[in-house]
Design a protein around this ligand. Structure first.
Ligand code: FAD
Length: 426
């Protein structure tokens, strides 16, 4: 393997202000839970954010749309002073919309930066010092792609700002250590089986039934498809994910990543807003005259509040609500959940992997449901750079120790796959 010259590692599962990567629908849930969570609570409180989008959850533009919708709701209620909790895409969208209509808006954000689960990566070089994030292209440790590109409000913003973006063809990854399977046929069959599953069934249930009597299907190919398309896109156990609703739309052909990172959008969106950083909210009280936010940094009174913290924070009771959230919202929180997808950015002295037109690689294994995918960012960065996404049960073993240890292990996974010839297709 070529020398590892720099790295950055994400820790979304342990991040107290994220508590997971993005929201998912568990076996007892449905998209109705997303709508339930986002339904206004009286006239002064509304939860927004990616988890509340019925069809575009888990994506930045879905979060943005929900923030905008919540702001329009607050304006219709004629609130002139609105508090927003969280400065991710939903919170920024809400605040900008409110401000554009003349409302007085203050955002309380727990972190020391806006952007939430879009997060610029600070690359630590092998000597252990943080590289100046401005001296090269910044990479994303959170959201990477503008998904559903043709119908994505943030993609239009990126175009308006003339940001450079690069397409990734997820349909044509170079699979490094496994044969190329007939993905389209498997997907059609799997979707038909998932759609026909009873409410309450999990993806594991459906898979188990299918592979008990696989007929003409190659069980290994089916498993690889599920790992690539469901485990990689959720980071959740298949026993928990809803068969009917857990395989949600998202990653696809034509998705583009922003050279320089989401930071370029976030900086634009945050510009001019009143964002109080390092202001975690621990309690929200709603009374007849308004709302009160409270936390270690003090308290804030407003006419209404839009809460855009991640699902994981709400589900862990990271904020106490007075009065408590209604039953519909609590039920939604118990039916939805979050998975774990982590990222690593690796820089090398030399490129030791083959060039591939899609700029995207996939590595299966070593154990079932363990999967990693790799974006080759070398052309944009000018330095051999890989952005790796990891999901599946092996994260428990891989993501331990120091970031350098994690990065070294991740690099070994990729290197080994590059040097393992794939078995021939059946
Ligand atoms: C590894 C990874 C890869 C991803 N890849 C993509 C991708 O390629 N494309 C895509 O579209 N999406 C992707 N996503 C998902 C995307 O990042 C999220 O859907 C989106 O950013 C969520 O925005 P949000 O505003 O709903 O939540 P967040 O961005 O999480 O914003 C919520 C904010 O609330 C703050 N907060 C939390 N608790 C408190 C509190 N108590 N008080 C005050 N503030 C608080 C948080 O710090 C955060 O800033 C990815 C996510 C991850 C983790």
């Amino acid at each position: 393997m070529s020398r590892l010259t720099g790295f950055a590692v994400s820790h979304w599962a342990d991040d107290p202000w994220a508590r997971g990567s993005w929201s998912l629908i568990g076996r007892d849930g449905s998209p109705q839970d997303r709508l339930g969570l986002g339904a206004p609570i009286g006239t002064r409180l509304r939860i927004a954010g990616e988890a509340t989008h019925p069809t575009r959850a888990g994506m930045t533009h879905g979060a943005y749309e929900q923030g905008t919708e919540a702001a329009v709701w607050a304006l219709r209620q004629r609130h002139s002073r609105v508090a927003v909790v969280g400065a991710g895409m939903a919170g920024l969208a809400a605040a900008r919309t409110l401000r554009s209509q003349g409302a007085d808006v203050i955002i309380w954000e727990a972190r020391d930066r806006p952007g939430g689960r879009t997060a610029p990566a600070e690359i630590t070089d092998a000597a252990g010092t943080a590289r100046d994030p401005d001296d090269r292209i910044t990479f994303d440790l959170g959201a990477n792609w503008l998904q559903q590109y043709d119908d994505n409000v943030l993609a239009r913003l990126a175009e308006q700002l003339a940001l450079r973006s690069v397409p990734t063809d997820f349909n044509e990854p170079l699979i490094l250590n496994a044969p190329t399977d007939p993905a389209e046929e498997i997907e059609i069959e799997l979707r038909a089986r998932l759609d026909a599953a009873p409410e309450g069934a999990s993806i594991a249930d459906v898979l188990h039934e299918w592979l008990r009597a696989p007929g003409p299907w190659d069980p290994q190919a089916v498993r690889r498809f599920v790992d690539a398309e469901i485990v990689m896109d959720s980071g959740a156990p298949l026993e928990w994910l809803s068969a009917r609703h857990g395989f949600e739309p998202g990653v696809g052909e034509g998705d583009r990543w922003i050279v320089g990172g989401y930071r370029l959008l976030v900086d634009h969106l945050a510009d001019g807003l009143d964002i109080r950083l390092r202001h975690p909210v621990t309690r929200i009280t709603v009374d007849a005259g308004g709302v009160t936010l409270a936390g270690d940094a003090g308290s804030l009174r407003a006419d209404a509040v839009i809460v855009t913290v991640p699902l994981g924070v709400l589900a862990a009771d990271g904020i106490a609500f007075e009065p408590p959230l209604p039953e519909t919202h609590r039920a939604a929180l118990s039916h939805l959940g979050t998975g774990r997808v982590e990222k690593v950015i690796l820089r090398f002295g030399e490129r030791f992997w083959p060039p591939h037109p899609a700029g995207y690689f996939r590595v299966h294994g070593p154990t079932g449901n363990s999967i990693s995918e790799w974006l080759d960012a070398t052309a944009a960065d000018g330095v051999p750079t890989l952005v790796g996404l990891f999901a599946g049960p092996w994260l428990d073993d891989l993501w331990t120790g120091t970031d350098e240890e994690i990065a070294t292990r991740a690099a070994a996974v990729f290197t080994q796959a590059v040097h393992t010839p794939p078995e021939p297709s059946r």
